[in-house]
Design a protein around this ligand. Structure first.
Ligand SMILES: Nc1ncnc2c1ncn2[C@@H]1O[C@H](COP(=O)(O)OP(=O)(O)OP(=O)(O)O)[C@@H](O)[C@H]1O
Length: 236
């Protein structure tokens, strides 16, 4: 098997509810899986099972209580679980990308510039970045008349497609996808499936959450049901 780019081992997570007297709720126990370059691992399981929390731990937004999250970064291996915030920021710039279903709108920055800036983050020059951004926006059916406008006034679906273009524009070896196709129409879902396949062919490792069964079937190499990491399951 190809050397994995990402390996989670013995990861557990609980949340402390400060509004309820510091009550601690265990959400996941002993999470473990690996992902290889070019592979798409889909996290499955019912609402509240902990799928998004796993992505957030990999991205370094949530700290895990114990366990390791080892990420290949060039010749080095970094444990995200214990890495300094500065190291995590560097990983986000070069090594791992995160695409959620929501665009955090930056006031006054036009859609095309948002995607061009993202493409430039991993080293494309201006001309290459513009070409890539235009290709993505066209493929994702964002009308050309909107490219020069800030997305604040775009429809929800248009904003989501700008967001996907921005998330897929840079070249990073690991991509985390948190329901990027939620509320897209069938035609645009199919485009996203093709773009994900392109990334896989380019050797990008993907960990994703897709509620749409059809999308999941098309992109997943493996599906991990995260209910197997629930503390109740572990105690049984
Ligand atoms: N910041 C937080 N503070 C407290 N509890 C949290 C926090 N984030 C997540 N949780 C809890 O952890 C559990 C898992 O949530 P998570 O969002 O990871 O589930 P999910 O499987 O992605 O759900 P969905 O499919 O509905 O998005 C839930 O019970 C949720 O309430």
């Amino acid at each position: 098997m190809t050397t994995p780019i990402l390996t989670l081992e013995g990861v557990s997570k609980s949340f402390t509810l400060h509004l309820q007297g510091g009550l601690s709720i265990g959400v996941m126990q002993d999470v473990g899986f690996s992902v290889a370059p070019g592979e798409c691992l889909v996290l499955g399981g019912p609402s509240g099972a902990g799928k998004s929390s796993i992505l957030k731990m990999i991205y370094g937004n949530y700290r895990c209580d114990v366990g390791s999250i080892r990420l290949q970064d060039g010749d080095a291996v970094v444990d995200v679980a214990t890495a300094e915030p500065r190291r995590i920021l560097a990983l986000r710039k070069h090594t791992m990308g995160y695409v959620s279903q929501f665009l955090r709108v930056i006031p006054r920055v036009p859609a095309l510039a948002i995607v061009v800036d993202a493409a430039r983050e991993t080293g494309l020059d201006e001309a290459q970045a513009i070409a890539r951004a235009k290709r993505l926006l066209s493929l994702l059916n964002v009308p050309e008349r909107l490219w020069g406008l800030p997305p604040a006034t775009f429809s929800g679906g248009e904003q989501q497609r700008v967001n996907i273009a921005r998330g897929l524009a840079p070249d990073r070896p690991l991509l985390l996808l948190d329901e990027p196709t939620a509320s897209l129409d069938a035609a645009n879902r199919a485009v996203v499936v093709d773009l994900i396949s392109e990334k896989k062919t380019a050797g990008v490792a993907i960990v994703g959450i897709f509620h749409d069964e059809d999308v999941r079937e098309k992109v997943a190499d493996r599906i991990v049901d995260v209910t197997r990491f629930s503390p109740a399951q572990a105690a049984a």
